[in-house]
Write a new protein. Structure first.
Length: 321
């Protein structure tokens, strides 16, 4: 006798090859929970339990769940209240909810679906139907997770400079705006450094554009390896890099900039066996609670001053808050 009520070739049966899911069964009936647990665990799923809607939300706060089986009529917090709270939380909003209920009138179904429910399952659940609906809901969750992962990858690509692997100017600008707002709100110091590779046109003319790319990659790696975790290094454009330094005074920015300049000057970059000397000029600005536009304008002026002074120089100026 097949205790699940489905033969081995029944389409409702979840076969061992199906991906196991973490399923939360929220029902005030221990019997219903036990029946659901038995069927789900036989199919390879991991099962969590809750006796009411409030307990279900507490479980979801601590556990990564793929599917929720949710009774409608429960004490403390019923299924409708629970699904509304679940869908209002961005951390749980995408979890499919399958209602377990004896109330399957059209008004009940419509209300549950409007609140964000994925499906309905009549109580007591037929094991084969239970497994089929859980499998369908789990596939939806897996597809949502994969879509989110790909969107995150696309967002990362849209914020990354493909040549150097650093953040691109879009991301750096947004980050600077956020840091500047926080610095103004809390009266914290903030500094920026503009780093420009000296005589880069001559580098390209001497070793070609591929050689110039090698130089930019080497400089990018040296900059990123020389800053704190909370600092951000990005490619600002062409041969120019921008560093955003939270909680950094102009004096501290000066020390860092000098170290960066010396680090780059010590790089040993070769292109087709030809050594390429590399230096940078650095312009910076910093202050307490500065406006990002003022910081960038002042740092740019300091960069030009460093270049006018002979390059391979650092010029830092305080910015008004």
């Amino acid at each position: 006798m097949n205790v699940l009520g489905a033969g081995p070739d029944d389409p409702g049966q979840v076969h061992p090859s199906a991906s196991p899911a973490v399923v939360l069964v929220a029902d005030d009936s221990p019997t219903v929970r036990a029946v659901a647990r038995f069927a789900l665990e036989e199919a390879g799923h991991r099962v969590l339990e809750a006796g009411d809607g409030a307990q279900a939300l507490a479980v979801l706060a601590d556990e990564a769940v793929d599917v929720v089986l949710l009774d409608v009529e429960m004490p403390v917090m019923d299924g409708y209240q629970a699904v509304a709270a679940l869908k209002a939380d961005p951390h749980t909003a995408d979890i499919p909810v399958v209602f377990l209920t004896g109330r399957t009138g059209s008004d009940d179904v419509v209300r549950g679906l409007r609140l964000g429910g994925h499906d309905y399952l009549r109580k007591p659940p037929d094991p084969s139907e239970l497994l089929a609906r859980v499998a369908a809901a789990a596939r939806v969750k897996a597809l949502q997770d994969e879509l989110r992962r790909r969107l995150d990858e696309l967002d990362l690509l849209s914020r990354t400079d493909l040549l150097t692997g650093l953040h691109n100017s879009r991301h750096v600008q947004e980050h600077l705006t956020t840091c500047a707002a926080a610095a103004r709100r809390h009266r914290h110091p903030l500094a920026v450094l503009l780093v420009d590779v000296d005589h880069f046109k001559l580098v390209n003319d001497t070793v070609g554009h591929l050689g110039g790319d090698r130089v930019l990659q080497a400089v990018a790696g040296a900059l990123e390896a020389s800053v704190r975790t909370e600092d951000l290094v990005g490619r600002w454009g062409g041969e120019e890099f921008l560093l955003v330094l939270p909680h950094t005074t102009p004096e501290a920015a000066q020390v860092l900039a000098e170290r960066l300049r010396a680090t780059v000057a010590a790089l040993e970059v070769e292109v087709d066996g030809v050594p390429v000397p590399v230096t940078v000029s650095v312009g910076g600005a910093g202050g307490v609670g500065p406006v990002e536009g003022d910081l960038l304008t002042l740092a740019d002026r300091q960069l030009y001053a460093a270049k006018d002074a002979g390059r391979d120089r650092v010029h830092i100026a305080p910015a008004g808050g």
